[in-house]
Design a protein around this ligand. Structure first.
Ligand code: AHR
Length: 655
């Protein structure tokens, strides 16, 4: 995360690359197989930023369900009645991960209520089922019934249910009901009817239409958008959230597994990160924890890539480091995580996984040591992690940080040290303007294919400046990323993985922009950048083949960028071409090394004449792929490359 400003670039993107147009054809050398493309090539980067988890992917509708926010009643409002009240009680010694509960005294003729506002409201759908649950214990001599009721902002009742509480032992009560209307900004009233004292905790409401209809699960529309990309990996849980503002605030995976009510809530580091986008109600419930991340990765066929804290807090915040002689618990967390994911059910952590419902291993192959950490303090700690992990699990491939920037002193130092260590994979981040992306399409052409591999772990073109709330997911940004990505794929022997960042943002609760997918409480849409990522991912092929213009790679000449691959499983050629100029260009494609091509090619086109075009909740498909077919005769084909476009050309080779 860096705060740097740079100038507007729309004009530059067009003018700097529009050289005199050459008539030379594109030559595709279909039998000259180059580097294999890793199945992990195109993936997704998930971080709980912009209400990506609580308030987003994690479908819980109640905010601050266990009264653990710094202000224990944040998100809740009392519907006051004389003689009734709510008292927050702390039983820290008895239940340290979830110490607080609400003690409700009801002593009125009228019911007493508390109202939860949800995450900028609650998204409720007509005819959908809702699962309400609460932990409760009632004091002797009390008689209280609880009514959970969904209401719209103007007071319309959307559905309700009754819960009869009995006994003074803590018990979980569960009931379901159906909503009678759709509402994006509903609230939940909990009415306490009767007389006496009742203790309540973990007040929860979930929709039933979650991903795979798992109770207490994830928002299905959001997971579906990820599944549709067929990502090769999912990186989680971040991002800076891994590091925390200080070490106490770091992400600790062991505190995110097991029973939901035992997962310790902590403040989300993005809560107050940006003064211009304060989100004081942003906490981490960890209902979406490491088990759920692994499960989601498995569901969508992506390799899980957990990133762990390496004993260093965010260097933009406290920069606190743990003393190297006290790093053992951190390293143990890494080793235990591998056992949690892969260990037999007889092992300590493998058993925990099995007890959570997944006896089969998750088959973890990749793990990251630290996020954007830098300096000798990182290398020192990284070496200790690497030695310990490789000694016990030599097959786990480790992802290593090259800091926050893709060049400069910090990067050069880390890149040099890590390559000396023969590091498996080096994570490079680029949050730059669109020009940077088009100008760096050849970045990896000169990297050593026999050295450490690259993970382009976080990138996105910034239309204004990094950290600016004015950044847009405009077409010019997506197009420049597409141009850059041709260089990643062409260098698949060097670049093993790549992911856009960040992934999700709630339109009413974001801190950072741009983002790949935007949502409100009911809908979500993919940005133009999403469609670029998706097209690369769905059309990656298995091996790079050369596509040449004047015998050179296509990386900027005439504002054109291209990469080609072959899918050995389907015998298809997959060509991606990006035209960043304002002119339609007709190119001849000459196919060498093939006997015959199928009589038609499938063209998938992503374009807009307006470089500032964005998608939105109202117009989610302004920039989205359009498919067509093209008749193919012979092995030389003319194809129009429209102005400001990316297209994928897919054609089968007939042997
Ligand atoms: O993607 C947002 C932030 O950008 C990530 O948390 C961090 O790794 C980077 O600086």
């Amino acid at each position: 995360m860096r705060i740097i400003s740079f100038v507007a670039f729309f004009v530059c993107l067009v003018t700097t690359e529009t050289n005199a147009q050459t008539n030379a054809p594109f030559t595709i050398k279909a039998n000259n197989l180059k580097a294999p493309i890793q199945p992990t090539m195109w993936g997704v980067f998930f971080e709980d930023i912009n209400m990506g988890a609580d308030g987003g992917l994690y479908a819980e509708l109640v905010k601050n369900r266990s009264f653990e926010f710094a202000n224990p009643l944040m998100g809740w409002k009392e519907q006051r009645q004389a003689g009734s009240n709510v008292l927050i009680v702390n039983r820290n010694i008895e239940h340290s991960p979830n110490p607080r509960f609400a003690r409700v005294t009801v002593n009125a003729t009228k019911p007493f209520g508390i109202t939860n506002e949800g995450f900028r409201g609650m998204g409720i759908k007509k005819d959908n089922g809702y699962d309400f649950s609460v932990w409760a214990a009632m004091q002797d001599g009390s008689s209280i019934t609880l009514k959970a009721e969904l209401v719209s902002p103007n007071g319309n009742k959307l559905g309700s249910t009754l819960v009869s509480i009995s006994g003074k032992k803590w018990k979980q009560y569960k009931v379901s009901f159906t909503a009678n209307a759709t509402e994006a900004k509903a609230k939940l009233n909990i009415w306490f009817e009767g007389k006496g004292v009742v203790d309540v905790d973990m007040i929860s409401l979930f929709p039933q239409d979650t991903w795979k209809r798992r109770p207490g699960g994830l928002r299905a529309d959001l997971v579906q958008l990820l599944a549709d990309m067929k990502p090769g990996f999912i990186r989680f849980p971040g991002g800076c959230i891994v590091e925390g503002k200080d070490l106490a605030n770091r992400y600790q995976w062991k505190k995110t597994i097991g029973k939901i009510e035992d997962r310790e809530v902590i403040v989300n580091r993005w809560n107050t990160e940006f003064a211009h986008r304060l989100t004081p109600d942003y906490y981490q419930s960890f209902g979406l924890g490491f088990f759920e991340y692994f499960q989601m990765a498995e569901d969508i066929g992506a390799e899980p890539l957990p990133i762990l804290n390496c004993g260093m807090a965010c260097q933009f915040n406290t920069a606190e480091v743990v003393a190297t002689n006290q790093l053992d618990p951190y390293i143990k967390d890494a080793l235990d995580l591998i056992e949690f994911a892969n260990g037999s059910t007889n092992s300590k952590w493998g058993k925990v996984r099995a007890d959570m419902g997944h006896p089969k291993p998750f088959n973890l192959k990749l793990m990251g040591i630290g996020n954007e950490n830098w300096g000798p303090q990182y290398i020192e700690r990284n070496k200790l992690f690497t030695q310990a992990i490789k000694a016990k699990y030599p097959n786990i491939k480790l992802v290593n940080s090259s800091g926050t920037d893709q060049s400069g002193e910090r990067f050069d130092y880390l890149n040099g040290e890590l390559r000396k260590m023969n590091a498996d994979i080096i994570d490079e981040h680029y949050y730059r303007d669109a020009n940077w992306f088009t100008q760096n399409a050849k970045r990896y052409d000169t990297y050593n294919p026999n050295g450490s591999k690259v993970f382009a772990g976080e990138y996105s073109a910034q239309s204004k400046a990094i950290g600016s709330s004015e950044n847009k997911n405009s077409w010019v940004c997506a197009l420049s990323e597409a141009a850059f990505m041709t260089g990643l794929e062409r260098n698949a022997g060097v670049v093993y993985m790549a992911s856009y960042a960040p992934l999700f943002a709630h339109v009413d609760a974001w801190q950072w922009t741009p983002n790949l997918i935007w949502m409100n409480n009911l809908q979500a849409y993919g940005t133009p950048n999403y469609y670029v990522q998706k097209l690369f991912s769905l059309n990656k092929g298995t091996q790079v083949v050369p596509i040449l213009l004047n015998n050179n790679v296509v990386a900027g000449e005439d504002s054109l960028f291209a990469t080609a691959s072959i899918d050995k499983n389907t015998n298809e050629l997959l060509i991606k071409v990006v035209n960043t100029s304002d002119k339609n260009i007709t190119k001849q494609f000459v196919f060498e090394g093939v006997n015959k091509l199928d009589s038609k090619a499938l063209i998938t086109l992503l374009k807009s004449d307006d470089l500032n075009k964005v998608n939105s909740l109202d117009e989610p498909n302004s920039v989205s792929p359009i498919e067509s077919t093209l008749a193919v005769t012979g092995k030389n084909i003319n194809i129009v490359l429209p102005a400001y476009s990316m297209q994928v050309i897919k054609v089968k080779i007939i042997n």
